[in-house]
Design a binder for this molecule. Sequence first.
Ligand code: TIU
Length: 221
Amino acid sequence: MTKKLQAEPYELEFDPKRTALLIIDMQRDFLEPGGFGETLGNDVSLLRTAIEPTRKVLEAAREAGMFVVHTREGHAPHLADLPPSKKRRGNPTLCIGDEGPMGRILVRGEKGHDIIPELYPTKDEPIIDKPGKNAFWSTDLDLLLRNRDIETLIVCGVTTEVCVHTTVREANDRGYECAVVSDATGSYFPEFQRVGLEMIKAQGGLFGWVTTSDQVADALK
Ligand code: TIU
């Protein structure tokens, strides 16, 4: 049955059976001290405000029986999937693959690469491991969504202007309707958070909708 989601620039009608919750990169490496985000010079506490709203949306989605997909950004231990340009960029204190306090930075299988305990996936919730910022690039995310006839994505995660934006832009071109949950996303830069969300909903919702965790929970009740 179709439901109505309060959002900007206007209400979005969605069918929970054809909607997936996509949680982008809520990993220790971005949200906890000693990880990739901090090695790039960022204050990771700025992202932590997104945890509780994301948990609220995740619980509502689970209760509604919605399809939930989590993503993690990172690389195989051999780093053969890491472009040298990505390794060099950002003038980090530790590079991707170096040993940090939570294991090797942004490497699959390491503690820092994993999803934070507050939002840990159940065994029925696929985890997409992605080497880039775009969750569709070099992954089988599209296959998983097409198999379920998904048409709408409710998107949470970090960071708003990097992996969330890159993924939502690609999702648009692939024909998915995207609603980004403002308080369940986060940026290391408050200005980018504000403008990043404005960009999604500008021009009559050029990339999609912006909603809140409370509005998603209300819609799924
Ligand atoms: N640096 C930054 O803001 N983000 C990333 O490197 N990856 C994601 O956004 N996940």
